[in-house]
Design a protein around this ligand. Sequence first.
Ligand SMILES: Nc1ncnc2c1ncn2[C@@H]1O[C@H](COP(=O)(O)OP(=O)(O)OP(=O)(O)O)[C@@H](O)[C@H]1O
Length: 364
Amino acid sequence: MSISLQQISKSFGSFSALTDISLEIPGGSLVGLLGPSGSGKTTLLRIIAGLERADRGRVLFDGQDVTGLPVQKRRVGFVFQQYALFRHMTVFDNVGFGLRMLPRAERPSREARRARIMELLTMVQLDHLASRYPSQLSGGQRQRVALARALAVKPSVLLLDEPFGALDAKVRKELRRWLRHLHEQMAVTSVFVTHDQEEAMEVSDQVVVMSQGHIEQIGSPRTVYEEPASRFVFDFLGHINALSGRYQDGRWENGDAWLQLPGNGCPHGNLTFYLRPHEATLAHTPAADAHLPVQVDELSVFGATVKLELSPRGWQAEALEVELPREEFLALAPERKQALFLRPRHLQSITADGGLGPVLDMQG
Ligand SMILES: Nc1ncnc2c1ncn2[C@@H]1O[C@H](COP(=O)(O)OP(=O)(O)OP(=O)(O)O)[C@@H](O)[C@H]1O
């Protein structure tokens, strides 16, 4: 079932929560709505569900206008962060609840319901816990029951609002992979809300980045990360280091720090660069084209890349963060408090009006 949102706007009193949102969600895809708190993700999800009415615009399911249809008639399944399972019902009865509530004409027989429930419980790998009560399950298991329950009535659209938000990091990661896998099996059009970049990037076919009630960018995880359409997207997806200074004729300066940049494409005057942590190297001596003295504050020696927190020496910048491949880190063998030199490989310039300017690649 494809979903088409056409020029959706929604205000709460004088506050505009969504402004002119248009979005095409292909049938069978898994779309992540990503944005900071208050950007309108949940409101948009509720409008798709029919739990909230838009002030303007239309919602279409497979080309059919469902704008005026109430939630019960839209065949949507939900999973929320704190999905309250029925505490007095077993896992089996929780999953079967929606099926029992169907109008008599649509309700499957007792045997068919039982088969469907067991099929779903097997799919979420909880068939062995069918007779437990929610209080006897872990948080991750409860969310899997919630998901099985949402899928029981064969929804045409599955909506998930921060489904793993309340769980610890390890369980979240497991459930993400598992949701991806489940989605591949079921191919039900799914929209999920998250403010966690990693989650959106790992799970979604398409990411919709939202800010202040509008869409900043729609694209594959790779596109939004590698080709951000705006400064907001660049900033929001992953950590950035901001290097601000004065630029003239290819040379950028800030206190003792300077860069001799390729080309001469930036406007003279104040100029800020964004630098991703993995797009820089560190050395014991400055390079011919980069003199950015730093001191090592913290090292996080965990996994295939090593994260270093640095502070500038003799120039002004917020604390800097650099990620080095493990071999590069071992060859450099830096220690806390050690003085080193930072060399960017790839810089994104920011224009005076706050937009994205030219990208500069340092030679070599
Ligand atoms: N029923 C309501 N009445 C008044 N304001 C509301 C209502 N629902 C949402 N808002 C406001 O609309 C804005 C968008 O809220 P929404 O819940 O959609 O954001 P969100 O991106 O999902 O945020 P979060 O990640 O914190 O859940 C917020 O500023 C919120 O305070």
